[in-house]
Design a protein around this ligand. Structure first.
Ligand SMILES: NC(=O)c1ccc[n+]([C@@H]2O[C@H](COP(=O)([O-])OP(=O)(O)OC[C@H]3O[C@@H](n4cnc5c(N)ncnc54)[C@H](OP(=O)(O)O)[C@@H]3O)[C@@H](O)[C@H]2O)c1
Length: 284
C-alpha cells in the first residue's frame, strides 16, 4: 500500500507515521512540501507518486482565528480536500479525509449519528462541512472521518495546555457545560489505517473516545493522571465556569458526542482515551 499523507507535522499526521503497518510505503508531506490549497501542486505530487490512498491530516485548526480569517480557513478546509479528492479520482486512489464534531450545533442530547442534521456554529465548522461535501461530491468512495477533542503527545492540545497552565498557576477555571468525547490521535490513526485495511465503503464515519466528559471533568482527570505519574507536583484547585463566563470568538457546540456505532460495526475499537492519557502524560 502506497500512502500519501498530507499535514504530516500535525498531531494526527505524526501519529499515523508512528503506526504505519509493516510493508506500507508512505510519502509524508507537511504544509511546506504540499499546500493542499494549491491545486497545481496537489495534482503534480499525486500524479508523480500515484498513491493507492491519500490520508488528509492537514487542516486549518485555529477555531477562534478562523472567525477573522474565513478565506484562509476555507482555502485549507474546503478547497484543499476538494483538490485532494479530484486528484485521487484521477489516479484511482482512495481518500480518507478527516472532519470534525464542530459541524453540529450541539443542541443534540444523544450521540450524533452520521446522518444527523449539521448546523455549524462558526467559520471553522462551516469550512470543514463544506470540505466534507466537496470531497463526497467529487469522490463518493472517499471516507470522511469526523472526530472530536483530539489530544496526543504532539502539537498543541487541551491536555498539554492544562499541564502547562498547572505548572504556572494554583487555581484554574474550566468550562463545565460543554460535553464531548476526548480522542487520542494515535487511536484515530489506527482507526484510519483499519478503514483502509477493511476497504470500508465511502461515506461519513464518526470516530471518538469511548466515554463522554465535560472539559471540567477531562481537566480533573488530566491532573489526577499527571500527579500520579509524577508529571505534576500537585493538582491545581479547579472551579467550574460556564461557556457564558468564558467567551471566545467562535461559538462551540455544548454537546458534541459522536456515535461510534457505524465504525464499531467494522471491527474498529473507539478511542480508549483514559489509557492513552496515562501513556502520553510523561511523553511531553
Ligand atoms: N484537534 C482537534 O481537537 C480536532 C477536533 C476535531 C477534528 N479535528 C480534525 O482532525 C484533523 C487533524 O487535526 P490535528 O489535531 O492533527 O491538527 P493539527 O495538529 O493542527 O495539524 C494540522 C496540520 O495541518 C497542516 N496544514 C495547515 N495548512 C495546510 C495546508 N494548506 N496544506 C497542508 N497542510 C496544512 C498544519 O501544518 P503547519 O503546522 O505547517 O501549518 C498542521 O501540521 C483535522 O482535519 C482537524 O480538523 C481536530
Amino acid at each position: 500500500m502506497k500512502i500519501l499523507l498530507t499535514g504530516a507535522s500535525g498531531q494526527l499526521g505524526r501519529c499515523i507515521q508512528d503506526r504505519l503497518p509493516e510493508g506500507w510505503q508512505i510519502e509524508a508531506l507537511g504544509s511546506a512540501q504540499l499546500d493542499i490549497g494549491n491545486k497545481a501542486q496537489v495534482d503534480e505530487i499525486v500524479q508523480a507518486y500515484k498513491p493507492d490512498a491519500i490520508i488528509n491530516a492537514g487542516a486549518y485548526t485555529a477555531v477562534d482565528k478562523a472567525e477573522s480569517e474565513p478565506e484562509a480557513a476555507a482555502r485549507v478546509n474546503t478547497l484543499g480536500p476538494e483538490n485532494l479528492a479530484l486528484a485521487a479520482r484521477d489516479v484511482g486512489a482512495r481518500l480518507i479525509h478527516v472532519s470534525t464534531d464542530y459541524v453540529f450545533d450541539g443542541q443534540g442530547t444523544t450521540p450524533y449519528l452520521e446522518t444527523a442534521t449539521t448546523n455549524p456554529l462558526g467559520v471553522y465548522g462551516k469550512t470543514k462541512l463544506d470540505g466534507e461535501r466537496a470531497v463526497l461530491a467529487a469522490l463518493p468512495e472517499a471516507a470522511v472521518v469526523r472526530t472530536a477533542w483530539v489530544f496526543s503527545e504532539y502539537g498543541s492540545n487541551f491536555v498539554k495546555t492544562m499541564v502547562n497552565l498547572a505548572e504556572k498557576r494554583d487555581a484554574l477555571g474550566i468550562v463545565s457545560d460543554q460535553r464531548g468525547c476526548p480522542t487520542y490521535a494515535g487511536d484515530l490513526a489506527n482507526a484510519i489505517i483499519s478503514l483502509l485495511q477493511v476497504q470500508a465503503e465511502g461515506g461519513i464515519y464518526h470516530y471518538g473516545g469511548d466515554r463522554e466528559v465535560s472539559w471540567f471533568e477531562f481537566a480533573d482527570e488530566i491532573f489526577d493522571v499527571a500527579v500520579a505519574a509524577g508529571r505534576l507536583a500537585k493538582k491545581p484547585t479547579l472551579s467550574a465556569v460556564t461557556t457564558e463566563q468564558y467567551p471566545t470568538p467562535a461559538k462551540r457546540p455544548a454537546y458534541s458526542v459522536l456515535s461510534g456505532e457505524k465504525i464499531k460495526a467494522l471491527g474498529v475499537a473507539l478511542s480508549d482515551w483514559d489509557s492513552a492519557l496515562k501513556e502520553i502524560i510523561v511523553k511531553f
